[in-house]
Ligand binder design. Structure first.
Ligand code: ZN
Length: 185
């Protein structure tokens, strides 16, 4: 197990655009393994590389029904139906807000070996693809909230112990706790 500390809101890497992956080497395979272990340990449904301090376009996901990773991901929205449901982020502990997302997307990218990957996603997996791809552009789910909820979220963040103390790295909480992204495991 190679569980990494998780970067928290306030860490500039969460607001930076991550770089395209160009080398499909052992380091990349290790990154995917670290992300997967850290996501599982934290009870998350998805995790993007910047959340463990690596500015590369990689994310992992495990909704219970589907699990995997995507390198240099992009997605296109399929149809115009939306979903509104609770969303959180392992990098913003304790916050959860109803967030509007496209109901269906088509995700594409490559795997850790550089082979093309494409899949259709809906509901939780579609939400995950949108949330994690946002991370790679420095966008957080609170940016997607309506102005009133966003204001409330920012107030909650500013009053959080971890934010007040200026901590931007959190050691993993260990398995078995409910994850803030999507549902608990
Ligand atoms: Zn997140």
């Amino acid at each position: 197990m190679t569980i990494q500390p998780v970067r928290l809101f306030g860490d500039p890497i969460l607001r930076a655009r991550a770089a395209e992956v160009t080398e499909f080497d052992r380091e990349l395979r290790q990154l995917v393994a670290d992300l997967t272990d850290t996501m599982h340990d934290d009870g998350g449904v998805g995790m993007a590389a910047p959340q463990i301090g690596v500015g590369l376009r990689v994310f992992v996901y495990d909704t219970g029904d589907a699990a995997g990773h995507l390198v240099n991901p992009t997605y296109t929205v399929v149809g115009d139906e939306e979903q509104v449901g609770p969303e959180g982020c392992l990098s913003i502990p304790g916050l959860r807000y109803d967030t509007r997302r496209a109901l269906r997307v088509r995700a594409s990218g490559v795997d850790m070996h550089g082979n093309p990957v494409e899949f259709a996603a809906e509901e939780l997996l579609a939400r995950c693809v949108q949330h994690e791809t946002d991370h790679l552009d420095g966008v957080l789910f609170i940016d997607r909230l309506d102005p009133a909820s966003r204001k409330e979220a920012m107030r909650t963040i500013r009053e959080s112990d971890w934010f007040v103390t200026g901590v931007t790295v959190r050691e993993s909480r260990g398995a078995g706790q409910a994850g803030p992204f999507g549902r608990g495991r």
